[in-house]
Design a protein around this ligand. Structure first.
Ligand code: HEM
Length: 299
């Protein structure tokens, strides 16, 4: 099994990014806003942020790669959301533009990331791991690996299933979709270029008004498998669980390398009313993220 330390060594080597930044999703900015759950979500989930009142969120939109300075090539994008509960606790959701995940083995994900950074090695990777091909095709079809003109136009997929407990303690397995709601009419008139084009574009939008992503739930059917990121759900029903309304950007609270106040989004950070599945990718991630955080805060 690939240790988190070795995974971070390999991922950092693949990108050659500078010290002091995230190993992946190195280029990103922080935003603030609110989340308000729908009555349907309140009925299904007893977690504190699902009570139908507006709760503060911290959002970070990012590029998936390990290079914090450039934005020159097609990439997956990320949207991380921290829901702040009234008791001071928080729960996190991390979404990417790819609607499906290629593997249940962290080592294959690391090898795939390495191969994507050296495109001439990608065919060999795919030949060795044919099981990942349908996901690669689905990602290209969904436009997940691209150069969007705005984070506001992009839909993000947090991939893993979580168990939602209702007030009576009944559990339902759910997956999330962070669906963009912006229309062409919301587009700023200016065009944006350069490495910060996406965050400049967002700044122009936010001057005119908030940016909303809807939080949709897929509720698993009886035969749907919640314990593997790769499983395709056939019996799921969908419902609108709430809205994330981003109102403004705020300066990077980390302040650069050596900071003592890192902001960590962790897919395993849950609160009462939400349970983790046994998904091996989900269970692996906290160790890798801790290792990345340790390195970016000490270098
Ligand atoms: C084995 C699988 C994975 C590994 C090894 C991995 C690794 C990492 C690492 C090392 C970071 C930087 C953490 C930090 O320094 O704070 C990161 C960030 C991130 N990852 Fe993953 N990741 C994996 C799977 C996923 C999946 C499945 C998703 C979403 C569907 C995802 C979404 C994100 C996002 C959005 C961020 C940026 C968080 C932020 O803005 O702080 N990752 N990942």
């Amino acid at each position: 099994m690939l240790t988190p330390e070795r995974a971070i060594d390999r991922l950092r080597a693949a990108f050659g990014g500078p010290p002091g930044y995230r190993t992946l999703h190195a280029k990103g900015r922080f935003y603030t806003g609110t989340f308000t759950a729908t009555p349907q979500a309140t009925a299904l989930g007893r977690a504190g942020h699902l009570d139908g009142e507006p709760h503060e969120v911290t959002v970070r939109w990012s590029n998936a790669g390990g290079e914090p300075r450039a934005d020159g090539k097609p990439d997956i994008r990320g949207m991380a959301v921290k829901f702040h509960l009234p008791d001071g606790s928080a729960t996190d959701l991390l979404g990417q533009t790819s609607p499906r995940f290629p593997t249940d083995d962290p080592e294959v994900l690391v090898a795939m990331t390495e191969a994507s950074e050296k495109p001439h090695t990608l065919p060999l990777f795919l030949a060795r791991h044919p099981g990942t091909i349908p996901t690669v095709v689905a990602s290209f079809r969904a436009g997940a690996i691209g150069s969007p003109t705005s984070f506001a136009d992009v839909t993000f997929y947090p991939i893993h299933a979580y168990g939602w407990l209702d007030a009576e303690g009944r559990r339902r397995w759910v997956r999330y979709v962070l669906r963009a709601t912006a229309t062409d009419a919301d587009r700023p008139a200016e065009t944006f270029s350069g490495p910060d084009r996406l965050t400049d574009e967002m700044a122009a939008r936010l001057e005119r008004g908030p940016v909303t992503h809807e939080l949709w739930l897929q509720v698993a059917g009886p035969d749907d498998d919640p314990h593997h990121a790769t499983s395709v759900w056939r019996g799921a029903r969908e419902l609108l669980a709430g809205r994330i309304v981003v109102t403004g950007e705020f300066p990077d609270p980390e302040g650069g390398p050596g900071t003592s106040t890192p902001v960590v989004f962790d897919p395993a950070r849950v609160v009462d009313g939400i349970e983790l599945s046994d998904d091996p990718i989900l269970r692996y991630r906290p160790g890798a993220y801790s290792e990345s955080v340790a390195r970016r805060t000490t270098s």
